[in-house]
Design a protein. Structure first.
Length: 248
């Protein structure tokens, strides 16, 4: 059945789907598939939410733009699950706040604190810890180390507000062991866990490139990577995600 936002049919997405927020990054990922963009099939372009299906090392794989924020990724994930996706890997950027986290580093999330409205709506306000799938997360870490990259591994924070004016925001969450801040993972983990609890073989994980760091002295954007450096760092992340996703 065709979905409302992802205008595709069952079978047009591979079981493994990478989820970047940016449609330009979705196209960049499709360029890394076997045969490049020419051999990839555009399976969705409704509302500019680009989705492609192709192969990587001979195995089926898709990429689908998730948009920014948990309301957007929630729609995309719900519809991808209806269309048969079963391995969902968020590949995005994040603001580093953990001690020792630097711009261009990789973060592999083990959990995502749900400080966002969409996840709280799913949970009806109940306490809950959205976590990534262990096997898929371990595969991301192993794939990164195989490329001589040592990622930061641990909890992240999912928020609604990008430009947060609270002066205690960074030190409060750093003191709780949070590595970085982003805007989608909590909803992804919650929806995947719900599907798995219902008996479906669904797994979700999240790997992120640190685009900038935040501290009491550094505001949002002050340490943001130049675009060429960010693209180079995200290419490493994407290759890690592709290798890991095909191993599970």
């Amino acid at each position: 059945m065709t979905q409302i936002h992802l205008r595709a049919e069952v079978g047009e997405y591979a079981p493994l789907v990478l989820l970047p927020g940016d449609p330009n990054r979705a196209t960049r990922i499709a360029e890394l598939f076997d045969g490049g963009l020419e051999q990839s099939r555009l399976v969705n372009d409704h509302r500019g939410m680009l989705g492609y299906t192709g192969t990587y090392r001979g195995q089926p794989v898709s990429v689908q733009t998730s948009g920014m924020g948990t309301p957007s990724i929630s729609i995309v994930v719900e519809e991808l699950l209806n269309l048969g996706a079963r391995r969902l890997v968020r590949v995005g950027t994040t603001g580093g706040i953990g001690r020792g986290v630097r711009s261009a580093d990789l973060v592999v999330a083990t959990s995502a604190t749900p400080a966002d409205g969409a996840t709280q709506t799913y949970l009806r306000g109940d306490p809950y810890a959205p976590v990534a799938d262990f096997e898929l997360t371990r595969a991301l870490v192993d794939a990164a180390r195989a490329q001589d990259v040592d990622p930061h591994v641990g909890p992240i924070l999912t928020v609604d507000v990008f430009y947060n004016p609270d002066p205690d925001y960074v030190p409060t969450w750093r003191a709780r062991g949070i590595l970085s801040v982003e805007m989608e993972a909590a909803a992804l983990f919650t929806l995947a866990s719900r599907a798995a609890a219902a008996g479906d073989d669904v797994r979700a994980a999240c790997i992120l490139t640190v685009s900038d760091t935040m501290s009491e002295e550094e505001g949002i954007g002050e340490t943001y990577l130049p675009l060429d450096a960010l693209e180079k760092a995200t290419d490493v992340m994407i290759k890690v995600a592709l290798e890991a996703g095909l191993s599970i």
